[in-house]
Design a binder for this molecule. Structure first.
Ligand SMILES: Nc1ncnc2c1ncn2[C@@H]1O[C@H](COP(=O)(O)OP(=O)(O)OP(=O)(O)O)[C@@H](O)[C@H]1O
Ligand SMILES: [Mg+2]
Length: 535
């Protein structure tokens, strides 16, 4: 890459001079405004040496430039008129009478109006010994410095260099601090985590943009507001754990639900420290994480329940086979006797036990299914009479069937059964009437959607059954799919409807999700895998 400067200004041929200039540049001092620290030194030099003029002269490539001057108005002169540039002797240089020195006879400052006759300069040398220029005093008459004046000039020259070094260190520090602040600001801006500075009463002093992304509130709406006011009322007195970190600062760790602008809540896991009564905190949104963990817990629970139920149902089935066989013998041999009616009634009880066992097997995904390729829209249309009869007049049924719905491959009787149970549940939840909506659609689940539904990504047919009934509180919703869980009065519900639906849909390679809001209604969503002809 071409060095722009080297094109504009050819490098000095002398490598030592090039190094010297580079060293000078590193101080970033040339053409800077006057600074009191340097001005003081030239004043002091003039006073001690009893000279009318004193200068800090820095030798640049083509000029000498004065960082500080006393008794003269010039800022710089060309190198040709620089005495400092011409002197290469180390240490202190004294020219008792410049007119006597052949080197300066043509110098306009000496020969001209100013008639400077006396010059004494102490070299400014970097700690590495690189010469930068001179601290000099000048006078209009020939003279000498006293020994104490010489010493003072040398000491002051070292002070100039010290000052230059200090200045450079400060500059470096400032640059680093500025970089760090910039870095911190950048973190503050790009963080996905919420960051906050708050007063001891949790009134927010500063918040980063992640607050708006995650909680919806604008920064203006948040500043001055107490953080605790956004916390869910039930979480305000919750646990705050104090952990000790490295230097012994107090770090508070807590997880609480925070109010989103839309009225919902997000779970935020906070770590904060308190320094001088000011709280600094970082909060991570763990809502999705928590929901995923909860889904996993639920599905593991259903798994365990399914295995348990399946085992019992199997044993029961075997027992029932024995009972049925013997009851049939009994029925035949009791033909024409009063015992026959007793045997028939026993058989009716056994039939009910068989159907119960079947439903349990269905829940544990072990029922024998007879899958067929079916069009869900057609199946639903075929059920419409039965559905309106089951639901009764006060409930309005609306259907939205997607055209070109993909076929599925499931047991049609079981699907019908499942949908009927959903309709009955909806009816029971809407004793005063309401709306039942049945919707079908094709749905392609990407890996995110699919993993939420514990399915493989791909094509599914979605069936949504929604009612405007009572809905369910959280505790009931969490148990709705469990076998024998019912809120209905004795004899009205077995609590097996949704359990059976769950087992059937899972056994068929699909998924069922339930959402419910108390007082607003319930939505059941079924996913059944798309059937492709070539399968
Ligand atoms: N649409 C709904 N609205 C409100 N609550 C519902 C709804 N569907 C189910 N529930 C609740 O879930 C429970 C379990 O439902 P599920 O269908 O498994 O059993 P059930 O309807 O009580 O009995 P069964 O279906 O065996 O006759 C119900 O008792 C009810 O509390
Ligand atoms: Mg039911």
């Amino acid at each position: 890459m071409a060095d722009q400067k080297s094109i504009a200004r050819p490098r000095p041929a002398d490598p030592a001079e090039a190094r010297r200039l580079a060293a000078l540049r590193r101080y970033q001092i040339l053409d800077t405004p006057p600074e009191a620290e340097f001005d003081d030194i030239v004043k002091l030099a003039a006073q001690i040496c009893d000279a009318p003029i004193s200068l800090i002269s820095l030798i640049d490539e083509r000029r000498q430039w004065f960082k500080a001057k006393h008794g003269i108005e010039l800022n710089e002169t060309p190198l040709s008129t620089s005495i400092a540039a011409a002197l290469h002797e180390p240490g202190l240089v004294e020219l008792p009478d410049t007119e006597a020195d052949a080197r300066f006879r043509d110098n306009p400052l000496i020969a001209g109006e100013t008639r400077l006759r006396f010059y004494a300069g102490a070299k400014l040398e970097t700690p590495e010994g690189i010469p930068l220029g001179m601290l000099c005093v000048l006078d209009t008459k020939p003279r000498h410095l006293t020994e104490p004046q010489r010493l003072a000039l040398r000491v002051l020259a070292r002070q100039v260099v010290n000052q230059l070094e200090l200045r450079r260190a400060n500059l470096a520090l400032e640059t680093r601090v500025a970089a760090e602040i910039l870095e911190r600001d950048r973190m503050w801006l790009i963080s996905r985590d919420l960051m906050a500075v708050a007063q001891h009463d949790s009134a927010l002093i500063a918040v980063n943009p992640a607050w708006t992304d995650i909680l919806g509130w604008s920064i203006g709406e948040l500043i001055g507001r107490k953080g605790v006011d956004l916390v869910h009322p039930d979480d305000r007195t919750g646990t705050v754990t104090e952990v000790q970190i490295g230097s012994g600062g107090r770090t508070l760790v807590f997880e609480k639900r925070f109010l989103h602008r839309d009225g919902s809540y997000r779970n935020l896991a906070w770590r904060s420290i308190v320094v001088d009564g000011i709280i600094y905190g970082i909060g991570r949104d763990v809502t999705d994480e928590k929901a995923a963990a909860e889904r996993l817990r639920q599905s593991q629970r259903m798994e365990v329940l399914g295995q348990l139920t399946g085992g019992v149902a199997h044993d029961f089935n075997n027992l029932l086979t024995v009972i049925i066989g013997n009851l049939e013998t009994l029925q035949r041999s009791a033909e024409g006797t009063p015992m026959r009616r007793a045997a028939d009634r026993a058989m009716q009880g056994v039939d009910r036990a068989v159907s119960l066992t079947q439903r349990l097997l269905a829940f544990s995904r072990q029922q024998s299914l007879a899958p067929k390729t079916i069009a869900v829209n057609g199946l639903l249309a075929g059920m419409s009479d039965m559905l309106s009869r089951t639901l009764g007049a006060p409930i309005k049924i609306a259907t939205r069937f997607a055209p070109d719905l993909w076929p599925v491959h499931v047991d049609p009787n079981e699907l019908e059964n499942a949908l009927l149970n959903l309709a009955v549940n909806a009816r029971d939840a809407m004793p005063k009437g309401g709306n039942l909506t049945i919707e079908t659609a094709n749905a392609t689940l990407d890996s995110d959607d699919a993993s939420q539904a514990q399915l493989a990504p791909g094509d599914y047919v979605r069936i949504v059954v929604a009612d405007t009934g009572t809905g369910m509180p959280k505790e009931i919703l969490a148990k709705a799919f469990e076998p024998f869980f019912t809120t209905k009065e004795l004899g009205k519900g077995t609590g097996l409807g949704l359990a059976q639906l769950y087992g059937f849909v899972r056994q068929s390679g699909g998924h069922v999700a339930i959402e419910s809001t108390e007082g607003q209604g319930t939505v059941l969503t079924l996913y059944l895998p798309r059937w492709r002809d070539d399968e």
